[in-house]
Design a protein around this ligand. Structure first.
Ligand code: SF4
Length: 82
């Protein structure tokens, strides 16, 4: 038992499935990890749930994932004036 070596962590089948699913989603959304034209980004988008956070939930019906405040996708939409 003393010779037992803990194997290094490695991705499981579920990780592969999640990766394929999320990769497809990010490609359809044209999701980018940086602002578009220096002004459109998640934290000034209608669908970003908490504009004060660095990471928050995007509630766009095509996404529904966590995104970074500086990210952007093709479904960006301005927050309407009150
Ligand atoms: S719709 Fe796109 S730009 Fe808007 S919060 Fe979601 S990922 Fe960001």
């Amino acid at each position: 038992m003393a010779d037992y070596v803990i194997p290094p962590p490695e991705p499981k089948e579920i990780d592969e499935q999640n990766w394929l699913q999320l990769r497809d989603l990010s490609e359809r959304a044209v999701l980018r990890a940086h602002p578009f034209e220096g002004r459109e980004q998640c934290d000034n988008c209608l669908y970003f749930l908490n504009p004060e956070a660095d990471i928050s939930y995007c509630w766009h019906p095509q996404l529904r994932i966590l995104v970074g405040s500086q990210w952007w996708c093709q479904w960006w939409e301005a927050i309407p004036d009150e």
